[in-house]
Design a protein around this ligand. Sequence first.
Ligand SMILES: [Zn+2]
Length: 414
Amino acid sequence: MKFYFPDSQDQVDPTFDFITEERSIYRVRQRDDHYAHEALRSPPFDGLLVSKAIVDGLPGATGKYTVAQRQRFYRTGVRSFFRLDGADGPRIDTLGDCGAFTYVRDEVPPYTVDEVIDFYDGAGFDLGISVDHVVFGYDLAADHDPIHPQRPEWQRRQELTLELAAEFRARARARKVRFEPLGVAHGWSPASYASAVQALQRIGYTRIALGGMVPLKTREILACLQAVTAVRRSQAQLHLLGISRYENVDVFAAAGVTSFDSTSAFRQSFKDDTDNFYALDATYTALRVPQVDGNPKLKARIRAGQVPQAEALRLEGHCLQALRGYDRGVVKIDTVLNALTDYDRLCDGARKDRTEPYRKTLEDRPWRSCQCGLCETAGIEIALFRGSERNKRRGFHNLHVFRQRLHREMKGAA
Ligand SMILES: [Zn+2]
């Protein structure tokens, strides 16, 4: 089971100083900043998923490339751009897709088949997913109800995706591309996913990605896989797009899933309300110490006169001192918790009492027992919900732990 990480240009600056919060004046972002596979002791994924929509900067794409980055990507190719061959361990695969969620509201995909083939082949990808259009919805009733309101649009998108898949495979063969093409199946129910998979197999695909499943519940995904299993040829391999439920890895594997991709371990570090810091057997809440100078929400409140700036700076500094003192063993846990609560009350009106989850994070000190390659040098700083350098390091750490959880699950299943 291979895990792919969808890139959105997330990097950390190894010269960043946690105490002064300054960077080296000699730092050149594209040369010196580290991707997850460079920052951690070992790459946390088997492959990188890169979307054409993100590289091209389609409106709505997150983690867009600058003009200079885009030019360098097209000039040097995907392996060199991400310095993949410099990473330790097994070769990191590269998988390209179109980023269909970016243009989900459009009538048709914004790319032609040949443009997408140019992107995959030109950049030297190992695998490329056919041009697709997401079916945005899930309702079994649409299988049988001829007047179901969404059915015509869902069918149109599914058929369009299949036509594009047929054209994609034919053009890829005619052009003798170096990447392996994957067809992509979209549907609105187990039966419709199964029929898309059947159609892709008839076209000749032996590798098939299942798309549009991100909003589905686990039992719905499992129902789709069960339906697909009934029609899947034994040599066909499945990829799950945007699915991170490692708990079901044995069921996935039994259904022919050999790879999946997800950003959630990374993004939870700074997007989730409580589950920010992974450990093998628990997930912790990161300790919120927003930057008075760097947090747009807090700055707006200061400008509006709702928060006195001097007081904010004093409480912020007090939190940082207390946290670092605690990690050195010279400050008591309750002093830290009081400092965090005081600052939170000023910033946020203490709308949420985080004392107990914070106490658990502080007591267990998950950064102490981690050997991801970042925790050892960052110490307690990696547990602070504060600025992108800490938040992204914690996101990378989460990827490392996610991989360990996945491996453990696979071993258990085996
Ligand atoms: Zn770590």
